[in-house]
Design a protein around this ligand. Structure first.
Ligand code: B12
Ligand code: SF4
Length: 492
């Protein structure tokens, strides 16, 4: 049995980093960890080939070679997934689909022969048994959550690592909190389930052996969901693992209460974490109360962000506009918050209600659902009828995004951040590709770009004031270029 593992192409969006990746000649930011994990669970003796459409094409030769296609997708690349499924079907392959896109949408894909939903650790074995005996059903799903201590290491050997900017590992699934718009907890539950530190060390060892030295994203929904295990087991193991190694800085996602725990922040920095994405959502107490984000309430969120930055962790932030309690003053409040916080990468989206969430239920009861969630929460769209006048909301949203990504504001934020940030100790090897990226940035941003004045101001400011952070400053310049392209594309 020959299996094609197909991952659809992301559109040109905020997190695709498409315009930034060109500077480092990478094709995609991350490989599809779900599919690589599924690949490692397939029966021995099955031929396996990864076709990540973000880095390669699906060729006729692939289709001729294969007997069966396993397609994985989240909602954003819906159209690419649909097209790939149709091609596989037309080529006579059996099509199996899994991943978040298909969870609530099985009736939309008539070309899919079998849906293997939820965590493959639980649903794939039953499908494989039935499939091999010729009596596979159409849908395999479960309400249980998997014990990921049994999850095999991803089959990275199937991916062409050189084409990616970052690698991914996963320590835990699930999050103890209960924000009403979030479908992580719907899919993966509230009790964080953890791999062992040994599993993670084995995975990192493998990546290191494969020659990987760039960053590694811990794709956990909330890495600090179980602080005790983190402090007593994973972080000490990572600190030990790192001794004598070069590169491989880590980044992840966590909740804001990270700022309350000095020991945890210090251990994370020592273990090699240099960046963390945090759902800040809104500076409005009413908005936080409305969505049930209790752990963000009654705090000085800016002070929290700065504390985390001073521990050597860059903070990326998620922000939401369009809560029922939001009034037009929210636009300026969000701008001021983001500028003051020094959060350079600020993902600002309109409130959307993914199916299955508490928010979706409430909106449906109130007759306020307009359609399915687009899957891209930074496209300025919403699938709910907001309380605020829709035109006012759209205009205000556009103003926020255009303001924070305008070169003068963006570069000012970079300087605010670099002033506060404590440089990490991890040595990242500088190779030819990094030097070429610097030269490309000089040409594209410093000579041709509209932002050239800001670019050179930051260039020299960092060289003289924070020379150790110079590579980071160039990275931010490149990111800023990407964000502006995306803002122009979506908002004009
Ligand atoms: C890494 C990640 C990304 C990466 C993706 C890179 C990549 N190549 O995969 C990046 C940073 C690009 C990204 C971006 C976005 N993401 Co994202 N992302 C994640 C995250 C944190 C981890 C995904 C992962 O690797 N998980 C680990 C693997 C092992 O799990 P898995 O993929 O789910 O696979 C398991 C099962 O689903 C199943 N399975 C999966 N595929 C298949 C296929 C078959 C055939 C079978 C049998 C089984 C199977 O088996 C696996 C093992 O159990 C998830 C949250 C989460 N916990 O999953 C969100 C998540 C997938 N992202 C989400 C969203 C909304 C986005 C964004 C729109 C913005 C945002 N909020 O982050 C953007 C959109 C992309 C874009 N370009 O604009 C949503 C998806 C919701 C949906 N219904 O589609 C999630 C669930 C988070 C959330 N609740 O908001 N994301
Ligand atoms: S803290 Fe983050 S992952 Fe956890 S429920 Fe809230 S939004 Fe979801």
């Amino acid at each position: 049995m020959n299996v094609l593992l197909i991952y659809p192409e992301f559109p040109d969006t905020f997190w695709s980093f498409k315009h930034a990746l060109r500077f480092v000649r990478k094709r995609a930011s991350l490989p599809p960890l779900g599919l690589l994990t599924v690949a490692a669970m397939l029966p021995e003796g099955w031929g396996r080939r990864l076709v990540d459409l973000n880095v390669q094409n699906l060729t006729q030769a692939d289709l001729t070679w294969a007997d069966i296609a396993f397609v994985s997708a989240m909602a954003v690349p819906r159209s690419s997934a649909t097209a790939a499924i149709a091609r596989c079907k037309a080529a006579g392959l059996t099509v199996v689909a899994g991943g978040p896109l298909f969870l609530n949408e099985t009736d939309q894909y008539s070309d899919v022969d079998h849906f293997v939903l939820n965590e493959a650790e639980l649903t794939l074995p039953a499908f494989l048994v039935d499939f091999q005996s010729g009596r596979a059903e159409r849908v395999y799903s479960t309400k249980e959550f998997a014990d990921i201590r049994q999850t095999p290491a991803p089959a990275w050997e199937l991916a062409d690592l050189k084409r990616y900017a970052t690698m991914a590992v996963q320590f835990s699934r699930g999050c103890p909190y209960n924000c009403d718009f979030c479908n992580v907890t719907v899919m993966l539950g509230h009790r964080p389930r953890l791999k062992t530190a040994e599993q993670i060390v084995t995975e990192l060892d493998r990546l290191y052996q494969l020659g990987w030295r760039e960053s590694v994203f811990f794709v956990d929904d909330n890495l600090i969901g179980n602080k005790r295990v983190l402090k007593e087991s994973l972080l000490p193991a990572l600190i030990k693992w790192r001794k004598g190694k070069m590169g491989m800085t880590f980044n992840t996602e966590a909740s804001i209460n990270l700022a309350d725990d000095e020991q945890l922040m210090s251990l994370m920095a020592e273990a090699g974490f240099d960046m963390v994405f945090i759902g800040i959502e809104t500076p409005s107490e009413e908005g936080l109360e409305e969505c049930g984000k209790k752990h963000n309430r009654h705090r000085d969120l800016i002070a929290d962000v700065k504390r985390i930055q001073r521990h050597g962790l860059q903070v990326q932030g998620g922000f939401i506009i369009g809560f029922d309690t939001d009034t037009p003053s929210i636009f300026q409040r969000q701008i001021e918050f983001i500028q003051k916080s020094g959060i350079v990468t600020a993902m600002v989206g309109l409130l959307q209600a993914p199916m299955g969430t508490r928010l979706y239920q409430r909106m449906a009861q109130e007759g306020r659902i307009l359609g399915v969630f687009s899957g891209d929460n930074v496209d300025g769209m919403t699938n709910i009828i907001p309380r605020m006048n829709l035109e006012v909301l759209h205009k205000g949203y556009q103003a926020v995004v255009q303001t924070i990504y305008a070169p003068a504001n963006y570069y000012a934020r970079v300087r605010t951040f670099l002033r506060e940030y404590k440089a990490p100790k991890i040595m990242v090897p500088i190779d030819l590709e990094h030097i070429l990226a610097l030269l490309r940035s000089i040409l594209r941003l410093g000579i041709i770009g509209k932002e050239r004045v800001e670019y050179w101001k930051l260039f020299f400011w960092t060289l003289f004031r924070r020379p150790r952070l110079f590579p980071l400053a160039i990275t931010f310049s490149i990111y800023g270029y990407h964000f502006r392209q995306v803002v122009d594309l979506h908002i004009g």
